[in-house]
Design a protein around this ligand. Structure first.
Ligand code: FRU
Length: 939
């Protein structure tokens, strides 16, 4: 957290500096802001007099930078002027300057402004009431009066006058007329013969004079209310050719071509000076805005400008003008300098801000570098720690792996170690139980011991399986299997128990067959566990069904094991498949291994197992297995079916567990096995086993039924097998030197020994090892601890099968050998042997030595092999073949008896006939004549 704070402090400081600079710049620039807004409403500005007024105002304003002039002119239109005053008012002016066009129309609006408390200065023309703060202008009555006096002096008290007025409703026109007429009235011989309205502008004055042309010859003087109208009248008279009339005007504007120039060049006799009041208007406005007192009226002076003073006046005004121009220029320069100053000042501010930022960023950069270094140092330290920790972890994990390996090895070894002594306990126990004279209490105790040894063994086996799955040492070897057949086999194993417990146990399915890919050695454990579980919890007269369905939509095979047993709580269902969970059955507590193992095994098949149950209402276990084999890895698929004795063992153990009577019944186990062996002499049995104790045990138990040969290791075992060609071999897998699997491979690929059934016997139960054993073509694989009657049964079955094979080989033509029970090497042997005989059937010099040579085999080995596989001797076989062929020729070919005799390898027809009659019962001739050789007695 402490690391994050300084990062925040930098940007905060930067932000403050920027805000500070902006405020500083804006405050500095505020000094130039206009504090006062002066609105100026002008009645019109087409004429020079009003233009001059505006110029004067602007010049004066240059001295007051805090004043802003908002200017509007109304083109001599009173209505427009009222509207413009309203706009100025809305604009928010601080003071109103107004030169009203006419008195009445403008009075109301001026009053409105004034009443709002805004100072109003009326210039030049007045309004009806004194509702203003200040009036600036000359006294127009005085202007008229001195004009009248000047006219009287010009006309020496006698003559006619024409008066041209300004707008009659404007105050200057009213004042100027009255003053003039009052002055003239004092001269009895002076007369104003015409007065007309010139509207303050030139054209109406011109037109007025023109229209009075009749009166002009009697007129001596024209008085106009301003110079502009006087000039118009002057020009109109000149155009009419009248030159002796005198013209006087008002204003005497010191602008080129205007009043003062007109007087100077003699066009006007005189002009009454009438100042615009522009300068005074601004000065008064400033005074008012700065709250300094002012008199109500500022009256401007007036005087007569005529030829006597016009030069001096002009000089003065020119000088003022030039001074004013200078002032203007200086003001322009000052404004320019101010602009430059402002620009430079802004630049300086920007520079200052930039510099501050640079300094700030440099600081920030330095700070960040320091911080970065610190963080890097911390990271490096952490990194080092992590590397150390990861090294420790690697070391620990290596140690853990080692320990684990050791644990598995120890576990596996100790379990295996358990098995051999358990086997050695189980063997004598079973032997004792076989004794029919055993007193009943002892039998019960022995039976109990047997049951518990078996239980112990099963637990050890299940534990080993679970551990192997846990450490990924157990691999599925799936083969395509008909689930219906497979499940039926398992269900059949339980029929005896079902019968005893009066439980209806059956397989239900609508499928004729359902191919699934399973590892039979695993799936049989699953089905067995589910069924044995059902049996454990189902009372007498209950029912157990194993149902098989094909779920087409899910592409799965579904196996349901349903019982009508005790059922279980939801709690139990949730934990049922957990290892060592023993459920809520007080009466039948399991080991907690069987269902856990089943779940693991189903999952190795990429399937699912689940349970549904209600207390007292039985249970349904469902196994779902994906169809096809695409869900398996290539190494999980096997080509061969593996057969294991596990199921038989388990069924037996289970049966003995659920039925105490099983102990007694077990005593009858070995007699049945011997029934199968139907030889006159005892069959020979080679026991290859490195454990002398086990060897001795087997000899003792088996020598009553077999001629037992012994070998202590693989090599001497192979030697003995080759030398004696025993009828059957029992071989241990784990032996020093050549092991059992290698030995079996040798035996099964050698034509001389391939026919000998081999039973592999070992303490190792790993599926992979069973696989190896069966791949080596062993005929059976029995794991320690083995059930002795089972071993006997296996020995008997294998020998019985061998005998059946022999019958087959001798009964049919060798080329048709298709017996699935025969191994490949045996079939190859028989078919080679038969084809050699067939090829030589017409060769009467053909001997057994020829066969031995062709088959690269000794005579003794050939005799034994043919005897073992076909239960006949070689000569007998060859003779049989010859007779068989002869019967064929006699039946199907047009041949003489002699031809048949030679064709079947008999040296003479007589000898053929004798042998044929001996074997078939009738002579060849009779046989042929009868047309079939199928009947007739044989001897
Ligand atoms: C200009 C003017 C002046 C005159 C004044 C009277 O518009 O006509 O010539 O003196 O107005 O208001």
């Amino acid at each position: 957290m402490n690391i994050a704070m300084p990062w925040l402090r930098g940007p905060k400081l930067l932000f403050c500096i920027i805000i500070g600079c902006s405020l500083f710049i804006s405050c500095s620039e505020r000094g130039e802001e206009k504090l006062f807004r002066i609105g100026f409403s002008q009645c019109g500005d087409a004429d020079e007099w009003r233009k001059y007024m505006l110029q004067e105002m602007k010049r004066e304003l240059a001295f007051h930078q805090d004043m802003e002039l908002i200017y509007k002119q109304a083109d001599d239109n009173s209505e427009l002027q009222v509207k413009q005053v309203k706009e100025l008012l809305a604009d928010g002016i601080d003071l109103l300057l107004i030169s009203p066009n006419e008195i009445e129309p403008l009075t109301a609006i001026v009053e409105e402004v004034y009443e709002k408390g805004i100072p109003v200065i009326v210039i030049d023309r007045e309004i009806a009431r004194p509702s203003y703060t200040n009036f600036i202008g000359a006294d127009n009555y005085e202007v008229g009066r001195i004009a009248g006096q000047h006219a009287a002096s010009l006309l020496k008290g006698r003559g006619n006058i024409i008066q041209i007025t300004g707008l009659p409703k404007s105050s200057p026109a009213i004042g100027r007329r009255k003053g003039f007429e009052d002055a003239i009235r004092e001269w009895p011989e002076m007369k104003i013969i015409h007065t007309f309205n010139g509207g303050w502008i030139r054209p109406p004055a011109q037109r007025g004079i023109d229209s009075l042309r009749e009166s002009l010859p009697q007129t001596q003087l024209v008085y106009a209310h301003n110079d502009v109208m006087a000039m118009g009248a002057y020009e109109a008279a000149r155009q009419l050719g009248i030159t002796d009339i005198k013209f006087i005007g008002v204003d005497a504007l010191p602008v080129q071509g205007m009043g003062m120039d007109m007087v100077a060049d003699g066009r006007l006799e005189a002009s009454m000076l009438y100042s615009t009041g522009g300068v005074e208007a601004i000065r008064n406005a400033v005074q008012l805005l700065k709250k300094q007192g002012l008199p109500k009226r500022t009256i401007l002076p007036t005087l007569v400008v005529d030829s006597s003073n016009v030069r001096m006046m002009k000089l003065q005004s020119d000088k003022i003008l030039s001074q004013q121009n200078d002032i203007e220029k200086q003001q322009d320069m000052m404004a320019e300098q101010r602009r430059t100053y402002n620009t430079q000042r802004t630049f300086v501010y920007i520079l200052m801000v930039t510099l501050s930022l640079v300094v700030l960023f440099a600081g920030l950069l330095w700070y960040l570098r320091q911080l970065n270094k610190k963080i890097n140092r911390q990271l490096a330290r952490k990194n080092e720690e992590i590397s150390k920790q990861s090294e420790q972890l690697v070391e620990m994990s290596a140690r853990a792996t080692e320990a684990n390996e050791a644990r598995i090895n120890f576990f596996t070894n100790i379990s295996h170690e358990f098995r051999t002594p358990l086997t050695l306990i189980l063997g004598p126990l079973e032997e004792m139980l076989e004794n029919r004279k055993l007193p009943s209490p002892l039998r019960q105790q022995l039976s109990m011991m047997r049951k518990n040894v078996v239980r112990l063994l099963r637990l050890v086996n299940q534990l080993i399986d679970l551990r192997r799955i846990e450490f990924n040492k157990m691999q599925v070897r799936a083969v395509e299997t008909d689930l219906v057949l497979f499940a039926n086999e398992v269900v059949q194993l339980f029929q005896e128990i079902a019968r005893r417990k009066h439980i209806d146990c059956r397989l239900l399915t609508a499928e004729r067959s359902l191919p699934v890919w399973i590892d039979e050695s695993m799936m049989d454990k699953v089905l067995f566990n589910l069924l044995s579980n059902a049996f454990k919890f189902t009372e007498e007269n209950g029912s157990i069904t194993l149902q098989i369905e094909k779920d087409v939509a899910a592409n799965e095979a579904v196996v349901e094991v349903r019982d009508t047993g005790l059922g279980m709580s939801t709690e139990t269902q949730q934990h049922l498949f957990e290892i060592f969970y023993q459920g809520d059955h007080d009466t039948h507590k399991g080991s907690g291994l069987g269902l856990a193992l089943s779940k693991e095994l189903v999952e190795l098949h990429h399937g699912r197992i689940s349970v549904q149950s209600e207390k007292g209402k039985g249970a349904v276990f469902t196994v779902r297995l994906p169809l096809g084999n695409r869900h398996f890895q290539p190494e999980e698929i096997s080509a061969d079916h593996l057969e294991s004795d596990w199921l038989l063992d388990e069924q037996k153990y289970f049966q003995s567990e659920v039925d105490d009577r099983a102990a007694g019944a077990a005593t009858t186990g070995d007699e049945g096995g011997q029934d199968v062996i139907a030889h006159d002499e005892k069959p020979s049995l080679l026991v290859i086993e490195d454990n002398p104790e086990m060897r001795q045990f087997l000899r003792q138990r088996l020598e009553g039924s077999y001629e037992v040969l012994e070998a202590g290791d693989g090599n001497s075992g192979l030697q003995q097998a080759m030398d004696n060609l025993p009828d059957i071999i029992i071989c241990d897998v784990m032996m020093p030197g050549r092991d059992g699997i290698n030995l079996t491979n040798q035996l099964k690929t050698d034509v001389r020994t391939a026919h000998i059934p081999v039973i592999l016997l070992t303490a190792r139960t790993a599926t992979s090892q069973q696989m190896e054993g069966l791949k080596s073509m062993a005929d059976a694989y029995i794991t320690k601890p083995f059930d002795f009657p089972l071993l006997q049964q296996t020995l008997s079955s294998l020998l019985a099968n061998r005998n059946k094979l022999k019958e087959h080989f001798t009964a049919a033509l060798p080329a048709e050998i298709r017996t699935p029970g025969a191994n490949k090497t045996d079939r190859r042997f028989v078919s080679t042997f038969a084809s050699i005989v067939e090829a030589n059937i017409s060769n009467d010099a053909f001997t057994i030595e020829d066969i031995c040579k062709e088959m690269a085999i000794s005579k003794v080995q050939l005799y034994r092999k043919v005897k073992a596989l076909m239960d006949t001797n070689i000569n007998e076989y060859i003779l049989q073949m010859r007779i068989q062929k002869a019967r064929y020729y006699l039946q199907h070919e047009e041949m003489t008896i002699a031809e048949v005799a030679y064709k079947t390898g008999f040296s003479s027809p007589a000898y053929f006939s004798t042998v044929f009659k001996n074997k078939v019962g009738i002579s060849p001739t009779v046989y042929r004549d009868k047309g079939n050789g199928g009947s007739g007695p044989r001897n």
